[in-house]
Write a protein that binds this ligand. Structure first.
Ligand SMILES: NC(=O)c1ccc[n+]([C@@H]2O[C@H](COP(=O)([O-])OP(=O)(O)OC[C@H]3O[C@@H](n4cnc5c(N)ncnc54)[C@H](O)[C@@H]3O)[C@@H](O)[C@H]2O)c1
Length: 369
């Protein structure tokens, strides 16, 4: 079992990462959170259909369990869903010492996290992530949010959980497109912080390289949890240094500036977060080449990695200018001055501001079909 202690301004909490930790959920809840009144499971229809009965049995053997089940999908990460959660919390007369157990991917985690942060000015919150993106990224760091008017994560706040429980074995029911979605975030960690993560990933994938379902087999491999751990360790160390995203944490946004713009323009129904980030990473690498930081060999190697991991290399259906204009909504831009994370070299991220419009657009054009 691997555990990480995260020290933030208001909370010190643990992240536990272990295959099959679900079977010991109750022990970890009891050991980490004092005097739990009710456990309020917030999940979505799809995840609850797969795991609901099992989780219900485990939790209700020891706690009073309530549940709030949301509709599935990024398009439901909105104020209506938040209102629905508040209404249900009122119906069950939720109190501050009740704990929201957010069981799902990044959409459930971000929405349930915002509900926990705001209802009664703050309730207990346990993140119990079920997608790769949620395990390596969204459950860690306390960012909660919903989308509004097609702008990603524009209404939200920072609210650290009391505990994160990560069971890599929950990933084996993911559809392939969701595995691909998550692998793009893992590639981000590998490029920005520790290339060994990509080597570790390739070591597993290559065991199944002739198999069409190599990605599912990779996720099922016992060693996959170690990759999750390495990513989480990196993220938690950054959170401790820059909890409120004022500087160092920006490097986690590598590939996300253009990625978020893709999501905005193409629509949340037509592209998922990881696909958008995967192509956003290619744009950021291309911009790094334009500024003379990386060479073309690096890009070719990256394309080969994308091929192995089945990551998308293009997006389609819009004009580069639309993406460029959408970039301006990025929360990290100050007074209209753009800000991108580029790579000076592998594992050497650099925060760049006021980049040349032509260079940005020419990188975007290359990845549109
Ligand atoms: N808070 C943060 O710091 C942060 C960081 C990265 C991403 N995000 C947010 O996370 C969201 C994306 O998260 P996501 O990729 O997890 O999407 P998601 O939550 O929509 O999950 C993807 C799909 O997988 C299904 N699913 C989840 N777990 C499953 C399982 N174990 N088996 C089978 N199906 C399962 C979901 O029902 C959904 O259909 C975006 O809204 C993004 O903005 C937030």
């Amino acid at each position: 079992m691997k555990s990480i202690e995260v020290k933030t301004l208001n909370k010190i909490y643990n992240i536990y990462i272990e295959n099959h930790i679900t079977d010991q959920l109750v022990t970890y809840l009891k050991d980490n959170i004092k005097s739990i009144n009710n456990i309020i499971l917030v999940s979505n229809e799809k995840i609850y259909t797969i795991y609901g009965e099992r989780i219900k049995k485990i939790i209700s053997s020891n706690f009073n369990l309530k549940k709030i089940i949301l509709k599935d999908g990024e398009k439901y990460k909105n104020l209506d869903t938040l209102k629905y959660i508040y209404t249900e919390l009122l119906k069950i007369n939720a109190r501050r010492n009740d704990v929201i157990l957010s069981f799902g991917g990044g959409v459930v985690g971000d929405t349930a996290g915002l509900a926990a942060a705001t209802f009664n000015r703050g309730m207990g919150l346990v993140q119990y992530p079920t997608t790769i993106i949620a395990q390596v990224d969204s459950s860690v760091g306390g960012k909660t949010a919903v989308n509004f008017e097609n702008i990603k994560n524009v209404i939200g706040c920072f609210y650290q959980p009391d505990l994160i429980i990560t069971d890599p074995k929950l990933l084996i029911t993911l559809e392939e497109k969701e595995i691909i979605n998550g692998l793009s975030e893992i590639v981000k960690y590998g490029l920005v912080f520790d290339y060994q993560i990509i080597n570790d990933l390739l070591k597993i994938v290559n065991k199944y390289k002739n198999s069409d379902d190599r990605l599912l087999k990779t996720v099922k491999n016992e060693e996959f949890g170690n990759i999750i751990y390495k990513c989480v360790k990196i993220k938690s160390e950054i959170i401790e240094k820059d909890e409120f995203d004022t500087g160092e944490r920006h490097v986690l946004n590598f590939g996300h500036t253009i990625g978020h713009a893709f999501e905005k323009i193409i629509g949340f129904d037509n592209i998922n977060h990881g696909q958008a980030v995967a192509v956003g990473i290619l744009c950021a690498v291309d911009m790094s080449i334009s500024y003379g930081y990386l060479d073309i060999d690096f890009k070719n190697k990256l394309h080969s990695l994308y091929n192995t991991l089945k990551l998308p290399e293009f997006v389609s259906g819009f004009k580069p200018d639309e993406i460029y204009n959408a970039i301006k909504f990025d929360k990290k831009f100050v007074s209209g001055i753009n800000k991108f994370i580029l790579l000076k070299d592998v594992n050497k991220p650099i925060i760049c501001t006021d980049l040349n419009e032509k260079i940005i657009k020419s990188s975007i054009i290359k990845y549109i079909r």
